[in-house]
Structures are given as structure tokens and as C-alpha cells.
Design a protein around this ligand. Structure first.
Ligand code: GLN
Length: 474
């Protein structure tokens, strides 16, 4: 496998020493060899990718610069709209639906010269932590095909880990970029809420959803975020400020950086995972950072609050799939019967569970006790983080409590599955950035990720710490 990073590919293509078409064929060859067992994609866009790569090469030949991602093969989670190309969210209810427009990230990637190779598999509507909830069958972890790749962006994580794409995009509502990145041994970033436009991202829980990259290196993640980040008038929650360059940020060392250890973090991580976290603290200390103890007392309530807030928003967002406007329609003599037959046939079990949970939490008489209470907890979590960030520039935690687990080991127990995100969810509730960096291996030689967290718009500092961790491993 040619170990070329996206940065190297783009530099080679822009200088004319590497052909985008050749880079693409290498990735298509790897897809041909292993996609049958991995199932990272819902759709491989071979013809369009070949046309796009040829256009990049033609631009270079004509003396034009195709952009900072020139010729970089990229995979998109199949919940991001692509004009005229099926966008399924791995749900039967959207089967056959072709969006009439591109997501803002897709437009920006194209303008930067990236080549989209396909749309990746996910847990239906991004609800899950293993990609076993896809209506089209699970994705397998390329490092051990008897195990899950994590989720919900399992296809995007697997595509990068298997070398099917140099980089990919996922979405993270409660951990769906960071957890699969950890389980597949790649870098995954959930930016500050509003850092990347959500225009054209199919909504799960709108106050939590963010798009972010999967890459092989911290440098590539900075490169990608510099391209897709920034204000978009089409997303009213998009942050209006100009973001500082993350490629510049990672050039700085971590001397004097205050790295926080959360002393009241919920238990539950396996010993092999906590061992790697300790090694990460040691590595940053050796690189000149200062380790400080902080408390985030409400951290442990994140999971409970999330499983009221996210399903509540989902129950509202998913009301639009009614058999009239999108995809599937199961015909019945009257409209109400058509609605319910369509939704009964179109949604999978986990999506139905979330819709019911959310509808219940929002219903009259229960709203204050459940949804309203969860919003108060959300506020407490954000306040606790703010206090911690008075003493620390970044915080380190495990990304996931365990390494990649075998298929079927959590499918009968939704709560066990939900616990996969105990360390990632609080960040989404606070709107803060977080990223997972591969930091060695644990049980069965499988990868372990360390999570770096920072305050709102703390991406430059977060990336500096992540780059130092990566250097310590090389
Ligand atoms: N696993 C969590 C859930 O099922 C998070 C999903 C996500 O971030 N999209 O809701």
C-alpha cells in the first residue's frame, strides 16, 4: 500500500510530478481487492471520479492550480447531499432519492480539487456506534473483519483505514467521527459547533450535528478543515468569524501548554485503554506540556441528557419522511394509512426506538421532566467545562472505552451500545471541538485512540496537542 498522505498527493499533483488519474487508479484497485469483505461504501462513483481526476490533470497541464486538495481521493458519508446522486443515510426510507443540490462541504471540496470516490455506509440516519444499524448491511473493520469499525461513520473510517480513500468526511452528533476513528486507527475530528457548514447534511439532531474529517495524519486533518471550515450564509448556525489556519497552528510546539486530566471522569474504560491514555499524558509532559488536574462534575450526566435531547430533535427532524416528499412510499387507500405504512416499512428498529423516545420526551406533561431537564444538564456540562478550561488549554480522555468489538456483541443491548460514547458525548452537548488521535494498540493488537478536547474555537490548540501526540508515536 503506497503510504502517501493527502498533503503529499496534493503537492505532487499540483507540481505536475504525480497524476491525479494514477493516484485514483491505485485507490480503485484497493477498492476492487477488498471492498467485497469490508463494505465501506453504499456507492463507488468510479466514472465520475475518473472524469474529475482527468479534469484535475488537465488543469495542471494547462498551467492552472486545481487547489489545496488537488487529486486527493475522498469518500463522503452517505448523509451528505450530492446533486443528482443517491443520498441514502443507509435507510430504506430514502432509497432512490437524489438531492437537487450539493452540501456546502461538497462544493468546497470540489473547488479545492478533491476527487470524490464514493458515498460511505453508516448506521441508519447516523444512529449507532457500530454501523450494524445500516439497512444495507454492516461495514467491517479493515484491521480485523470479525469486528465492527465503530459508528455511525463506520464506512468513512474504514475507507481511510483500508486505503480506499486518502481522506473522508463523517458527521458527529455524539461521537460518530471520533469513536470509529479510534476503532480503525485513524485521526478523526469533531469541530466546534458551527465551524463547518451543515448545509446539505441530512439532519439527525440539529443542535449537535457537525461534519469533520477522517485522515491518516493530523496534518491532513488540518488541511481538510482549512478547506471545509468557515462561514456559510446557507447555514444560520455557521460561525461568522474567519478561522485561523490549522496548518499554521500545528507548526507550534506544546512547551508550556496546560493539559488537563479530568479526575472525576466516569469509569468504564478497559485497562489497555487507560494505559494508553497515561502514555499520552507522559508524552505531552516530555514534549514540554504541564499536566494539571481538573474536575468536570457533570461529565457523567452527558449520556443521559444526550439520549433525551438527540432523540427529541430526531423525532422532529425525521417527521419529514412521510412518503410524500422523499424516497419510499407504501401506497394505501388513505393518507394516514400511507404515512404509517411508509414509516413502518422504511425505518429500522433503532430509528423507530429514537423516534418513540423523542416523541415521549417532548409530549405534553413529560416535556419539563425529560427534555427540559436534559437542557438544564446540558447547561451544567458546558459551565463545568468552562471552569475546567480556566486551568487547562486542552483535556485528554480516552476516545472510546474499548478497542473494536466483535459483531453482534452489543446489538441486543442498546444501553451497552450507547455507552460507547460516554467520553465523546459531553463535548457535543457543550458545542466544543474534540478529536481522536491513534496512540498505539491495546488488546488483540487493535488500535486505541486518545481524545483531545478544547474550548469553543480551541481548534488551533487542540491540533497542536494532537500533532505532539502523533510525533511522540512516530
Ligand atoms: N452513537 C451515538 C448515537 O447513536 C452518536 C451518533 C452520532 O454521533 N451520529 O446517537
Amino acid at each position: 500500500m503506497t503510504a502517501r498522505t493527502a498533503s503529499e498527493i496534493a503537492a505532487g499533483v499540483r507540481s505536475g510530478t504525480l497524476a491525479a488519474a494514477e493516484v485514483l487508479e491505485q485507490h480503485l484497485d484497493r477498492i476492487a481487492a477488498r471492498e467485497g469483505e469490508v463494505h465501506a461504501f453504499n456507492l463507488v462513483m468510479t466514472d465520475q471520479a475518473r472524469r474529475d481526476a482527468a479534469a484535475v490533470d488537465a488543469a495542471v497541464a494547462a498551467g492552472h492550480d486545481p487547489g489545496p486538495l488537488a487529486g486527493v481521493p475522498l469518500a463522503l458519508k452517505d448523509n451528505m447531499c450530492t446533486r443528482g446522486i443517491e443520498t441514502t443515510c443507509s435507510s430504506k426510507i430514502l432509497e432512490g432519492w437524489k438531492p437537487p443540490y450539493d452540501a456546502t462541504v461538497v462544493t468546497r471540496l470540489a473547488a479545492a480539487g478533491a476527487v470524490v470516490v464514493g458515498k460511505t455506509n453508516l448506521d441508519e440516519f447516523a444512529m449507532g456506534s457500530s454501523t450494524e444499524n445500516s439497512a444495507f448491511g454492516p461495514t467491517r473493520n479493515p484491521l480485523d473483519i470479525t469486528r465492527v469499525p465503530g459508528g455511525s461513520s463506520g464506512g468513512s473510517a474504514a475507507a481511510v483505514a483500508a486505503g480506499f480513500a486518502s481522506v473522508s468526511l463523517g458527521s458527529d452528533t455524539g461521537g460518530s467521527i471520533r469513536q470509529p476513528a479510534a476503532l480503525c486507527g485513524v485521526v478523526g475530528v469533531k469541530p466546534t459547533y458551527g465551524y463547518v457548514s451543515r448545509y446539505g447534511l441530512v439532519a439527525f439532531a440539529s443542535s449537535l450535528d457537525q461534519i469533520g474529517p477522517f485522515t491518516n495524519t493530523v496534518h491532513d486533518a488540518a488541511l481538510l478543515l482549512d478547506v471545509i471550515g468557515g462561514h456559510d450564509p446557507m447555514d444560520s448556525t455557521s460561525i461568522p468569524d474567519q478561522h485561523p489556519s490549522l496548518l499554521d497552528a500545528i507548526r507550534r510546539d506544546v512547551v508550556g501548554l496546560r493539559v488537563g486530566r479530568i479526575t472525576d471522569l466516569p469509569d468504564g474504560a478497559d485497562p489497555d485503554v487507560t494505559e494508553r491514555l497515561e502514555a499520552a499524558f507522559d508524552a505531552l509532559r516530555e514534549a514540554g506540556a504541564k499536566i494539571v488536574d481538573v474536575q468536570v462534575p457533570a461529565f457523567g450526566y452527558g449520556l443521559t441528557a444526550y439520549y433525551l435531547i438527540a432523540p427529541s430533535e430526531a423525532s422532529s427532524n425525521l417527521a419529514r419522511y412521510d412518503g410524500v416528499r422523499y424516497g419510499l412510499r407504501v401506497e394505501r387507500p388513505d393518507t394516514n394509512a400511507m404515512y404509517s405504512a411508509t414509516r413502518a416499512a422504511g425505518f429500522g428498529d433503532e430509528v423507530k426506538r429514537r423516534i418513540m423516545l423523542g416523541t415521549y420526551a417532548l409530549s405534553a406533561g413529560y416535556y419539563d421532566a425529560y427534555y427540559g431537564k436534559a437542557l438544564k444538564v446540558r447547561r451544567l456540562i458546558a459551565d463545568d467545562f468552562d471552569r475546567a478550561y480556566e486551568h487547562a488549554d486542552v483535556l485528554l480522555t480516552p476516545t472510546a472505552p474499548t478497542v473494536a468489538f466483535p459483531f453482534g456483541s452489543k446489538t441486543d443491548n442498546p444501553l451497552a451500545m450507547y455507552l460507547c460514547d460516554v467520553y465523546t458525548i459531553p463535548t457535543n452537548l457543550a458545542g466544543h471541538p474534540g478529536m481522536s488521535v491513534p496512540f498505539g494498540t491495546g488488546q488483540h493488537g487493535l488500535p486505541v485512540g486518545v481524545q483531545v478536547l478544547a474550548a469553543t474555537l480551541g481548534e488551533p490548540t487542540m491540533f497542536r496537542a494532537a500533532a505532539a501526540l502523533e510525533r511522540a508515536m512516530s
